[in-house]
Design a binder for this molecule. Structure first.
Ligand SMILES: [Zn+2]
Length: 253
């Protein structure tokens, strides 16, 4: 493993897990810091690379104002991205290669759909391997969102700099993420309450995006997303829903 992060150290448990994935995929992990990994709100990315399990992270996003690293948060995101690699290289889940003709926003839309669906599988494997599924930073983020929405404030106003369609898609993504945790995993009582509260107030605050999210949920529930075929079909249907079908090439890595 090549760890090119400036501040973060990894726990023995995570190192062992990465070793296991390196063995199973036959590829060394390369974990490095980056300045930008796509849309705002994305802090890390797994990139298909023939030589490495390549993971890029905006490390500052996991540091507080004093420069202290949120160890739980960074471990969680690294485990998450490593599992994407496991799905791609070992389990041969289909990869959706974004065609060069795509602009940055189309690229982000495709990645949002792929993440939205594949993350459900990633979370399942995280859960089975006893990794923290709901880091404090995620739950605290939801609590902030709930507070904003109670005040009638748009908690996604940071995304107003993007065209409305792309902001909407990100908002839908946030809903699916929270819904997925509740649907497929068993969060502790307190976290469960927070997620339920978020989903409820979201439905009231963003009725249009909620409706779009419901269409995606319907597609997710039609197939077994925990199989590679089921997942591929689900992603394809969701891409069609957002008119993104002709922007990808589907193959296994
Ligand atoms: Zn992911």
């Amino acid at each position: 493993m090549i760890l090119e992060l400036k501040k973060s150290k990894l726990s023995e448990k995570l190192k062992e897990y990465i070793n296991k994935v390196e063995e199973e995929t036959g590829l060394p992990a390369l974990i490095k810091s980056a300045q930008d990994v796509g849309l705002q709100g994305m802090n890390a990315v797994f990139k298909l690379d023939p030589k490495y399990i390549r993971i890029e992270i905006i490390e500052e996003k996991y540091c507080d104002s004093k420069g202290e690293v949120d160890q739980e948060g960074i471990e969680c995101v690294i485990a998450h991205e490593v599992i994407h690699a496991l799905l791609a290289y070992k389990k041969k889940y289909y990869q959706f290669y974004i065609l060069p003709k795509c602009n940055k926003l189309e690229d982000n839309s495709v990645r949002l759909i792929c993440s939205m669906i594949e993350d459900l599988v990633v979370n399942k494997i995280m859960y089975e391997n006893n990794f923290q599924l709901l880091p404090k930073r995620y739950i605290n983020g939801l609590k902030d969102d709930i507070e904003d929405l109670h005040k009638g404030k748009d908690c996604y106003e940071n995304y107003n700099k993007y065209p409305p369609i792309h902001k909407n898609r990100f908002v839908v993504y946030r809903y699916i993420l929270a819904w997925g945790v509740l649907r497929y995993f068993i969060p502790g009582e307190t976290d469960k309450k927070t997620i339920c509260k978020f989903l409820k107030i979201f439905q009231k605050s963003y009725p249009k995006q909620y409706e779009e999210a419901e269409q995606i949920i319907k597609i997710i529930l039609e197939k077994d997303i925990f199989t590679r075929e089921g997942q591929c079909k689900t992603i394809k249907k969701c891409l069609a829903l957002w008119n993104l079908t002709n922007l990808v090439e589907i193959r296994t890595s």
